[in-house]
Design a protein. Sequence first.
Length: 170
Amino acid sequence: MLSESMANALNKQIKVEAESSQIYLAMASWAEVQGLEGIAEFMYAQSDEERQHMLKFFKYINERGGHSVVSELTKPATKFGSVKEMFETLFKHEVYVSQTINELVHIALQEKDYATHNFLQWYVAEQIEEEAQARTILDKINLIGDAKSGLYMFDNDIKRLTVVSSVSPA
């Protein structure tokens, strides 16, 4: 059974995950309008993944005797000055999400809620991968610089981007 404070904290994370999905969706739309099909495809897939993250929280809260809540979302940015700016925004957001997950782990440990602690470990590992992926993308964009041909190649290559982090299964 979840404590009220743990259920409230997890419900706040539902909002974070839902907003993450919306941020990726807004980025997908912006990229698509810019003619960056590969980046748009990548962002649409990421948006779907973030929605799945949200649903896992949703179901977990209900399974543990809490009540999942759908909350109002903050509207994400819909325009970006450049691809680099967009991915910098994405990286900062993933770091923020990692911080919110870490706070949930802290609360779970304080409350000796080991079931929730165990549940959250998947998210801890996932965030390591998300940050590594965003960092890798930024590294590639920095290598490209302002070269349009490099951006064209990157837009095609991102469709096949795989990042293996230290927590990825072998």
